[in-house]
Design a binder for this molecule. Structure first.
Ligand code: ADP
Length: 261
């Protein structure tokens, strides 16, 4: 069953088209990785899924309903987003930030109840952020902040989770832990996941399918084996790579090569 259907989406911020005639579907419970060079439209594509932007052309459907017709509050219960970074204009603690994930569930008076606190604490435990729950968000490292943003999205209990480069500031231990956590949520709760990643190897290891964007267009979509080939990656990224198989996972693995080798 399609959880998300993107149909002929086109979008431009100014003059230049950033997304061009994009169509694809995501199955319920699938982990889709979005890869592609800088500026290829990955973040903009995520933004079209959570309605941060409205495409000029085409439509996005979630569970069969056009996102344009879903109320914001309802959409916030369905789609959780882990942005690349969050800049805070006012001081806020880690706990307060994670509790923001509960906002779409709060009653008219906007007070969090015991259940909301329990869910926030569980999300912090899962992301290893509980030890600094009372610290100001601006007093965290990039990697710690990233884990707090993931905790907020977990506390939100969405049906679809969108993650934009969630591991870019993380050390390798936390990278793997976050991917394992996301994969665990995906298999236990049938969470549908869309994850933008610069790390082609991690994406190939954890995602059911990969979507390779090139200059705002879908260049390839398919299994990691079909998408991560020497030809596809060299053509889209414009650099030489070696593609072999990870001996443990047997997933495709890339190594960028210097022109001089
Ligand atoms: P990616 O995530 O693949 O790096 P983005 O979706 O962030 O790509 O950006 C795609 C293109 O849109 C880039 O050329 C970028 O400069 C441009 N762009 C992104 N955000 C804006 C914006 N707010 N206003 C104008 N242009 C933008």
């Amino acid at each position: 069953m399609n959880m998300v259907r993107v149909s002929r989406v086109g979008f431009r911020y100014i003059e230049e088209w950033v997304l061009r005639d994009i169509s694809f579907s995501i199955n319920k419970g699938e982990v889709l990785g979005v890869i592609g060079p800088n500026g290829s439209g990955k973040t903009t594509l995520l933004k079209s899924l959570n309605r941060t932007i409205t495409p000029e052309q085409g439509d996005v459907f979630i569970d069969g309903t056009n996102v344009k017709e879903i109320k914001r509050r309802e959409l916030a219960r369905i789609v959780g987003t882990v942005p690349q970074e969050a800049s805070m204009i006012f001081p806020i603690t880690v706990l307060e930030m994670v509790l923001m994930g509960r906002a779409p569930y709060l009653g008219r008076l906007n007070f969090e109840g015991e259940k909301d606190y329990a869910k926030a604490i569980m999300a912090m435990e899962m992301t290893d952020t509980l030890p600094f729950s009372s610290r100001n968000i601006d007093a965290l490292s990039g990697g710690e902040k990233q884990r707090v943003l993931i905790a907020r999205a977990i506390a939100q209990e969405p049906v679809i989770m969108l993650l934009d480069e969630p591991t870019s500031f993380l050390d390798i231990k936390h990278q793997i832990e976050i991917y394992d956590l996301i994969k665990g949520l995906n298999s236990r709760n049938d969470l549908t996941v869309v994850i933008v990643s610069h790390d082609i190897n991690l994406a190939a290891q954890y995602c059911n399918r990969l979507l390779l964007l090139n200059n705002g267009r879908v260049s390839k979509i398919g299994s990691p084996e079909d998408v991560v080939t020497k030809e596809n990656i060299e053509e889209v990224y414009g650099c030489r790579v070696l593609v072999d198989r990870n001996p443990v996972t047997e997933k495709p693995r890339i190594t960028p090569l210097s022109r001089n080798l």
